[in-house]
Design a protein around this ligand. Structure first.
Ligand SMILES: [Zn+2]
Length: 69
């Protein structure tokens, strides 16, 4: 996802698991709710709306409006 790329380019804060500091992978639920997922311990973090909008703005700014494929 675009956010990962942006995080790699340090345009957005890195997202790490509070349990083991592993990288969190952004994902979407069937309801288009954004959440972060840790592959190591299955930790899930449902992002607050504020964070969600922040991510959306970054994505739009650097990649244009998101088109669902
Ligand atoms: Zn973890």
């Amino acid at each position: 996802m675009a956010y990962q790329k942006l995080a790699g380019e340090q345009k957005v804060p890195p997202l790490t698991c509070p349990m083991d500091k592993s990288f969190l992978y952004p994902n979407l639920t069937d309801q288009d709710q954004l959440y972060l997922y840790c592959l190591e311990c299955s930790y899930k973090n449902y992002m607050g709306l504020e964070m969600y909008e922040k991510v959306e703005k970054y994505v739009e700014k650097y990649h244009g409006k998101q088109e669902s494929s």
